[in-house]
Design a protein around this ligand. Structure first.
Ligand SMILES: Cc1ncc(COP(=O)(O)O)c(C=O)c1O
Length: 405
């Protein structure tokens, strides 16, 4: 007899574009930091759908708010005034210092909007020649054409070349290179304050200082892509502030809807003033359900979630440091709050995710050799401890030389 998991896999294999190499598990339910598969097996989730299920799985307050909103009104488009967008935008303005928001559905759309608005700023100001972008090696900003053009990895780019012209990539460890790359043709510098897909790498302080200095000196706009590291992920509303940066535009997404797709480009009044009616738009962006979800998340963020992430982050860091101190299997631990990368040998990294799943643990691998943790922002101490225990076992199973306890 065909199991439910086999039936799901078969119909996907026949009809879903095979662009994701899926892990052989079918999750059907979740609660908090836990997931359950078709066989009733429970998993501890230290990935939260790549940093999206910020309030854990099936949070009751989000479910109730979405159900109530769905019973009232789902969508009216952006042609009409909106009962909720202003409130979400106002709360994001308080968090970010950027007074205006454009709502969209995904991180790549938020980045795309930032890039378009940066170009628009210079064109409106009569400087058409300022259309180039400076981005960073190791950067990941999404997969639509604009975002892909400022994403560094060749495997992402090559199949779709040619991309946007005028993008220069600089090393995140070369502050002088940053200063040299910004010219009188540069519209904006774009950076992830902590590179996520690139291996959980915070931008070094000296590079951030060079970015701030050169942007101020030349009037170049600064775009901070906080889609992964922002909105409480590190225990701060946004990570660019920790680096002493004051971006003109910020892209956010992932955590904002707690699992409901919603993202935004936040911008200064100076940028917003250069965007005219009809310049950019989206049918769905920030619809009523999306904004209702964002309000639930922002309520949590403003009511203790940041403090919780900071405390939880210390606990995770201590656990990972203990792993790193136990022999030489773990080469480096990087991150902040609840965003961590654990650098291991390639051969270990290749096997860790599967070994973790076999141990009932969900995490992922990025940049070849980095095991990445992005747990729900409200994960409990007990789940952290159990997750770290299973991570150690998974690393041992994957071939790391570590004591098993
Ligand atoms: C920093 C950053 N920017 C943009 C994106 C793209 O977001 P999305 O997948 O929602 O389009 C991601 C996704 O991982 C990201 O990490």
């Amino acid at each position: 007899m065909t199991t439910r998991a086999e039936a799901i896999k078969a119909i996907e294999a026949a009809h879903v574009l095979q662009n994701y190499k899926r892990h052989p598990v079918v999750f059907v339910r979740g609660s908090g930091s836990h997931l359950v598969d078709t066989e009733g097996r429970e998993y501890l989730d230290l990935l939260s759908g790549i940093g999206v299920a910020s309030l854990g799985h099936a949070p009751p307050e989000l479910g109730a708010a979405l159900t109530a909103q769905a019973g009232e009104l789902l969508h009216t488009s952006n042609l009409f005034f909106h009962p909720l967008q202003g409130e979400v935008a106002e709360r994001l303005a308080r968090l970010s210092g950027l007074p205006r928001a454009f709502f969209c559905n995904s991180g790549t759309e938020a980045v795309e909007a930032c890039l378009k608005f940066a170009r628009r700023y210079w064109r409106t100001n009569g400087a058409d020649e300022r259309h180039e972008i400076v981005a960073f090696e190791g950067a990941f900003h999404g997969r639509t054409f604009g975002s892909l053009s400022v994403t560094a990895g060749e495997p992402y780019r090559t199949p779709f070349a040619p991309l946007l012209p005028g993008v220069r990539f600089v090393s995140a460890t070369d502050p002088d290179g940053v200063r040299a790359a910004v010219t009188d043709r540069t519209a904006a510098v774009i950076l992830e304050p902590i590179q996520g897909e690139g291996g959980v790498r915070p931008i070094p302080a000296a590079t951030a200082a060079a970015v701030a200095e050169v942007c101020v000196a030349t009037g170049t706009l600064l775009i901070a892509d906080e889609v992964q590291c922002g909105l409480g992920r590190t225990g701060r509303p946004l990570y660019s502030t920790a680096l002493g940066l004051t971006p003109d535009l910020i892209s956010i997404g992932k955590s904002l809807g707690g699992g409901f797709p919603v993202a935004a480009a936040l911008m200064s009044d100076a940028v917003a003033a250069t965007v005219a009616f009809g310049d950019h738009g989206t049918t769905y962006g920030g619809n009523l359900l999306a904004c209702r979800a964002a309000l639930v998340f922002l309520d949590a963020l403003e009511n203790g979630l940041l403090e919780r992430v900071t405390a939880a982050g210390h606990r995770v860091r201590q656990g990972l440091d203990a792993l790193a101190a136990d022999g030489d299997a773990v080469h480096e631990v990087r991150g902040d709050g609840l965003m961590w990368g654990v650098e291991v040998d390639r051969s270990v990294a290749d096997r860790t995710v599967d070994c973790a799943l076999a141990r009932g643990l969900v995490l992922n691998r990025t940049a070849g050799t980095v095991i990445r943790l992005l747990p729900p922002l409200n994960i409990s101490d007990d789940d952290i401890d159990e997750g770290l225990r299973r991570l150690r076992l998974a690393l041992v199973d994957a071939g790391a030389t570590l004591p098993a306890s």
